[in-house]
Design a protein around this ligand. Sequence first.
Ligand code: HEC
Length: 241
Amino acid sequence: MLIALWWPLAASAANHGYPLQDAGTDVSNLASLQRGARNFVNYCLGCHSARYMRYSQVAEDLALTENELHDNLMFTGTRVYDPMLSSMPVEQARAWFGNAPPDLSLIVRSRSADYVYTYLKSFYDDPSRPTGANNAVLPQTAMPDVLAGLQGRQKPRYESKPDAEGNLVQHLIALEPVAPGEMTAADFDGFVRDTVTFLDYVSEPAKSQRRSLGVWVILYLLMFTAFTYFLKKEYWKDVKA
Ligand code: HEC
């Protein structure tokens, strides 16, 4: 009960009151992971690294052949055992954006899949920002709206609510499309879900293996419990008699 009350408060603190959407990621979905890896390389790696992940490990875990790895994920000059590093120097990025793009190796673990999913879908037009875009989940974000071409552009809808002193305060409650992108809304959701699925895997490459190990551990414990139970019965049989 206490946890149920506390949880929404904690969640809203991280995303500035903007409701998070369910990312619906599934790290055991190989096709989604493969699409996500390609999205990450084509749309994110220009600015963000995933320094704890090597191309060779991605190929192995995502069942990619060496050719698929080279054709789809690696730029010329990178080698199979290299970590996934952005070619943009951090200082350059800071100078351009005012803030360095963080390494995304652990972003899903530190923020949550739902957060990253909603963040990527919640850019909106804001001429007062240097990039021309703002974000409902991370207000004043330094990241440009790099997926606008796919998603289309959005505008914010506000609602006025009185604060503790009775003054009306504007709250951003929803985003509405103003110009279409190359993708339908459903396709764009899929694109972002795949990308976040890949980042989810990157945050914890051993997660799927661990889950299947967990099943065996529980089976072992159940068998062990049954065994102890019968052993106990066997011992006490004579005592009671
Ligand atoms: C043109 C450069 C650029 C590209 C491309 C880019 N980002 Fe970013 N990103 C940034 C910058 C700069 C920040 C720092 C934002 C801030 O601190 O306000 C950032 C921040 C983030 C954050 C952290 C948000 C937070 O709460 O701190 C996430 C998650 C993220 N980006 C994901 C992505 C993903 C996924 C892609 C690919 C679809 C991507 N970015 C593409 C520049 C970029």
